[in-house]
Design a protein around this ligand. Structure first.
Ligand code: ZN
Length: 335
């Protein structure tokens, strides 16, 4: 009897090695555990065993039966998992691409501006977006009654606090905090009370530039702007300066780049002029230098602005400023 039990155990171990599929498993289960299976036969022959050894033999058969049941059930789980896995994985499908994040086109342009000016020895400066009236206007030679304040549609937070209308307040903050020489750019977001359309947005991005020291001249300003244009948009870009007016610079200019789309021949984008307006610039007004405690007799400087959104639109041929801020992935993914 004990030999029979051992033999069935051997048979079972062999069977476990050979079962590869769920139907195999069912067949083998019936062979061992079925109503007329090997274990049942063992129990039937138990009657032939002498009375006194019956309980011990009976226990051994029961133990074997339990062992077989446990192993079959584990194997069944394993085969089930394998089958489910095989059904849900089509190994002929191409791999799934993981989306990789990248810089927003505006940040790409801002990074490029920073890199170009850094290479010319400029530092990157920063200032608050909520400004006091003093830094946004008064220190920049625009007292409360100055008509130039009408040039900007300002978003006021209170009588004395505004959302900065330009990055120029950073000039004042930097000059107040240290002595010349100073060579900074200050990129950032600015706000105007504008109705959004293809070329206007209630907020947009500018970079301020400021160079202050002894013997800083208008020729230096021209050189820096021309060098920037060449590095940003290519050597063939020409720069034009036109007289203009800003309260915080004297003399003041506006500067244009020749049209990147038609190379200056004239097209719809440049309204057939061959030129695209970029921003304003000029020599820092003596009153501004006085406001920060510098002596305009000894110290001079130039300042310039540039629209980051405008440069991004030129660089990437974008005709509506609003899509820069909508964060539509179909648009952003193109850069
Ligand atoms: Zn053009």
């Amino acid at each position: 009897m004990l030999e029979q039990i051992a033999e069935i155990k051997n048979l079972f171990n062999k069977s476990l090695q050979e079962i590869k599929t769920l139907p195999d498993l069912e067949t083998e289960k019936i062979r061992f555990l079925g109503r007329k299976g090997l274990i049942a036969t063992l129990f039937e022959t138990l009657g032939d065993v002498p009375q006194d050894s019956r309980p011990v033999i009976g226990q051994q058969i029961n133990a074997l039966k339990k062992e077989i049941e446990i192993h079959f059930s584990e194997l069944k789980n394993k085969l089930n998992l394998l089958t489910a896995g095989l059904q849900s994985v089509d190994i002929t499908l191409p791999g799934r691409a993981l989306p990789v994040g990248k810089r927003h086109p505006l940040h790409q342009v801002a990074d490029q501006i920073k890199a170009i000016f850094s290479s010319m020895g400029f530092e990157i400066a920063d200032g608050p977006e909520v400004e006091t009236d003093y830094y946004n206007f008064e220190a920049l030679n625009m007292p409360r009654t100055h008509p130039a304040r009408d040039m900007q549609d300002t978003l006021y937070i209170s009588d004395n606090l505004v959302l900065r209308t330009h990055t120029s307040p950073v000039q004042i903050r930097v000059m107040e905090s240290r002595k010349p020489p100073i060579r900074i750019i200050a990129p950032g977001r600015v706000f105007r009370r504008d109705t959004p359309d293809a070329s206007h947005s209630p907020f947009f991005h500018q970079s301020e530039g400021l160079v202050v020291g002894e013997d800083v001249t208008f020729a230096d300003l021209k050189g820096v702007i021309e060098s920037f244009a060449a590095q940003m948009l290519g050597r063939e870009i020409k720069v034009r300066f036109r007289p203009s007016f800003f309260p915080f610079t004297e003399p003041s200019v506006e500067y244009d780049f020749n049209c990147v789309f038609c190379k200056g021949k004239g097209c719809r984008v440049c309204k057939n002029t061959g030129w695209l307006e970029i921003s304003g610039a000029g020599m820092v007004h003596p009153n501004v230098l006085k406001n920060v405690g510098y002596d305009p007799g000894k110290i001079s400087g130039y300042a310039f602005g540039m629209g980051i959104d405008r440069l991004a639109m030129l660089k990437f041929n974008i005709n509506d400023i609003r899509i820069l801020f909508e964060n539509d992935l179909r648009f952003i993914n193109q850069f």
